[in-house]
Ligand binder design. Structure first.
Ligand code: MG
Length: 168
């Protein structure tokens, strides 16, 4: 059985993952309003991933016999000035989430909660990918600038992204 403290932090993580989904939807909405439909698609798929992350925590807490509690979410930032700002904020946000996962892992290790450690390992790996993907696109946006053919091609490339839930 999870300690009260660990259970609370795992419940909080549902909130952070759901907030991430809303944050990325707000970014998707901005991109769509600027006719960057591929970028909008990228963030809509990202939002689906975050919702999937939230459900992984939801299911894990239930499986180990904890009580899931759903919290209110803060309103995400809705207004942005550029794609560069969006990807800078998205990368910062993923770094924040990585620190959250590390905090959870530290706590699970301290409490010798091996099932939770095993569960969190998936998120440790996932965060490496999340940061790399935001960082990669930020670099491209900076190189290409936000007008002209290059960004048009990147927008088309990002339009191809689809959500595929991992097998496990
Ligand atoms: Mg996430």
């Amino acid at each position: 059985m999870l300690s009260e403290k660990l259970l609370k932090e795992l419940n909080d993580q549902i909130k952070y993952e759901q907030f991430s989904a809303n944050y990325y939807l707000a970014m998707a909405a901005h991109c769509a309003a600027q006719d960057f439909n591929g970028f909008a698609n990228f963030f809509m798929v990202q939002a689906q991933e975050e919702q999937f992350h939230a459900m992984k925590f939801f299911n894990f807490i239930n499986e180990v016999g904890g009580r899931v509690l759903i919290s209110a979410l803060d309103e995400p930032k809705n207004e942005y000035t550029s794609l560069e700002e969006i990807f800078t904020l998205a990368l910062e946000h993923e770094k924040f989430v990585t620190r959250r996962i590390y905090t959870l892992m530290d706590m699970a290790v301290e409490e010798k909660e091996h099932a939770t450690i095993s569960f969190l390992n998936w998120f440790i790996d996932e965060q490496v990918e999340e940061e790399a993907s935001m960082s990669d696109i930020l670099t491209k946006v900076r190189r290409l600038g936000e007008k002209g053919e290059g960004i048009y091609h990147l927008d088309n490339e990002l339009a191809q992204r689809t959500f595929t839930p991992p097998a496990k």
